[in-house]
Ligand binder design. Sequence first.
Ligand SMILES: C[S@@+](CC[C@H](N)C(=O)[O-])C[C@H]1O[C@@H](n2cnc3c(N)ncnc32)[C@H](O)[C@@H]1O
Length: 348
Amino acid sequence: MEPVTAADAGGGWRGWREAAEAALYGPGGFYRRPEGPAGHFRTSVHASPLFAAAVARLLCRVDEALGRPAVLDFVDMAAGRGELVTGVLAALPADVAARARAHAVEVAARPAGLDPRVEWRGEPPEGITGLLFANEWLDNVPVEIAEVDGAGVPRRVLVRADGTERLGEPVSGAEAEWLARWWPPAAEEGLRAEIGLPRDRAWAAATGTLARGLAVAVDYAHTAGARPPFGTLTAFREGRETTPVPDGSCDLTAHVALDACAAATALPGARLLSQREALHALGLSGARPPLSLASTDPAGYVRALAAAGEAAELTAPGGLGDFGWLVQPVGIADVRDLFVDVADDEEH
Ligand SMILES: C[S@@+](CC[C@H](N)C(=O)[O-])C[C@H]1O[C@@H](n2cnc3c(N)ncnc32)[C@H](O)[C@@H]1O
């Protein structure tokens, strides 16, 4: 790809960050459309109610770790149409639900018919005590993309509304520092990196709203040493993966450098788990029910079989099970107590 020249200025070329910001969240943007994310792709939340039940279980464990406060906050960060917060409220035991205060943070408007207990807002509330949970938020926080030119220099990738790309100026300043620390591309023409700085800042701000409790970011993730050499920018429309075009017609997403996000908060005690590990520790198992149940309780067997299938999807290697769970405690001694092995949990 050739660098953009002065003659191209004003030809609608923008960095991917600005272009994606407008395409996803601007007037008429993709995420403001009435069908919501579920009209275009399936997250863990849509895959099975077992996911919300596991998050509710985590909220109960946070509640215990906090000494059962009078008000227990649950923040569904980047809530889509409020599916997760609705599922969590439904799965909480009555004594916890009675103390729970539910917040959904979203760019899009409050959906009609949402549980009136859910407070719908554009920014997370300050000073919360409880659990802030962000499922597939950070991958939708737009980032700049760098591509190495023929001289081995990483340059900003510029894009037009039709998806045509050119190279812009060399990456500099804080973005160059981020690349050098977290994703230094080799000096090989065509290699790409996604500059996660806006995600680090977004995550640091979100975790900064916690007075005490736990912040969890769940996303497609990669860590230093295993970055994808050509980046991960892609798009989804009506259930299909498609070419990324910043025209508001599709989701634009790129995997998240969760290790960089963790470091940006400067909070001690962060852990990075796979979704498989996290959900197993929260009591989800993809194990099939014993065949003997089929003769003693056929309906129960069918239900258990369906649940096992859903749990298997949520924890599948090569699929949702490989998602990263960045877990960051604030004022909780050790998050290992929250993610205890199921067998251990049942013994205590
Ligand atoms: C991939 S969807 C995930 C929705 C939901 N969490 C789920 O897992 O089904 C990403 C959502 O993040 C929202 N979003 C992105 N940036 C946001 C921000 N800064 N504040 C609130 N919501 C945001 C989008 O509007 C979109 O609904």
